[in-house]
Design a protein around this ligand. Structure first.
Ligand SMILES: N[C@@H](CCC(=O)N[C@@H](CS)C(=O)NCC(=O)O)C(=O)O
Length: 261
């Protein structure tokens, strides 16, 4: 069975989980906290980031490549990537842009908010990780927080720019949808839709995400206001509707390694 190494809360990992589950591929998710993930990912043959998918034949360390791998094993009518080269190139370009712009900005924005809400952050972050990692994260939080701030390049006030970037990306998605198309790249739910919804999840916190996320009423007022604003944006509403319509319960449920759920 393929193994998927994740930081469970990560939206890039959510993208990989969603693609695998949609393809009906049974896999074992191995969840780790930030920092430990690097050791596990490298030991498995990947790089410094997760998700990493380990199969009998290959180690895949990029979420889009995991999506494409799963897609090759998906029945034709459910495929996420178009077969026609021009359409495929268009979908791939949109996915690349979402991966490069929305993904990092939305993630850093939400980390800045959640690092200020430590008990909630730890509880939601550590779902399904081994018990020792859960304990280490709780006891060693100041070290973990410093690691996350350094890796994400968090400096005072950086979130204002990230929020503007996220809103710019939501505007651009809403712009694409404004001609009445049902999905971002045409008539069918595709790779760009899945990528957009999974990466937008950092700021809209949709019900149906692969691990539990806080509800707005559990969050500090400023964070709750941010999530509600993002959800109310036309593109935020679109992402929520994709979760509702397309992030179904897995037909081949993932098994999760680890102790603390
Ligand atoms: N381009 C990569 C990005 C993945 C990525 O940034 N993963 C984050 C989790 S959201 C990560 O592993 N960050 C930890 C680190 O960089 O140490 C992909 O799409 O798979």
């Amino acid at each position: 069975m393929p193994r998927l190494i994740t930081i469970p809360i990560s939206h890039y990992c959510e993208k990989a989980r969603w693609a695998l589950e949609r393809a009906g591929i049974a896999y074992r998710e191995e969840r780790h906290v930030q920092g430990v993930h690097r050791i596990v990912a490298r030991r498995a043959g990947g790089g410094a980031t997760v998700p990493v998918l380990v199969t009998d034949a290959a180690v895949i360390g990029e979420s889009h490549e995991i999506l494409a791998w799963a897609d090759e094993r998906t029945p034709g009518e459910l495929r996420l990537l178009p077969a026609e080269p021009r359409e495929r190139a268009e979908a791939e370009a949109l996915c690349r842009r979402l991966d490069a712009v929305l993904g990092p900005a939305g993630r850093r924005l939400m980390y800045v908010h959640m690092l200020a809400q430590r008990p909630l952050a730890v509880a939601y972050n550590n779902q399904g990780v081994p018990a020792w990692e859960d304990r280490a994260m709780r006891w060693g939080w100041p070290v973990a927080e410093r690691f996350m701030r350094r890796v994400l390049d968090i400096s005072p006030g950086v979130e204002a720019g990230d929020e503007a970037t996220v809103l710019g990306e939501l505007d651009s998605i809403a712009g694409l949808l404004s001609d009445g198309r049902p999905y971002l790249c045409g008539e069918r739910f595709g790779a760009a839709d899945l990528t957009f919804a999974a990466l937008a999840a950092a700021v809209i916190m949709p019900p149906g995400y692969g691990v539990a996320l806080p509800r707005p009423e559990q969050l500090h007022t400023g964070t709750a206001g941010l999530v509600r604003r993002m959800r109310a944006h036309p593109a935020g509403r679109y992402a929520l509707s994709l979760y509702e319509r397309h992030r179904r319960v897995s037909p081949a449920p993932a098994s999760v390694a680890g102790a603390s759920r």
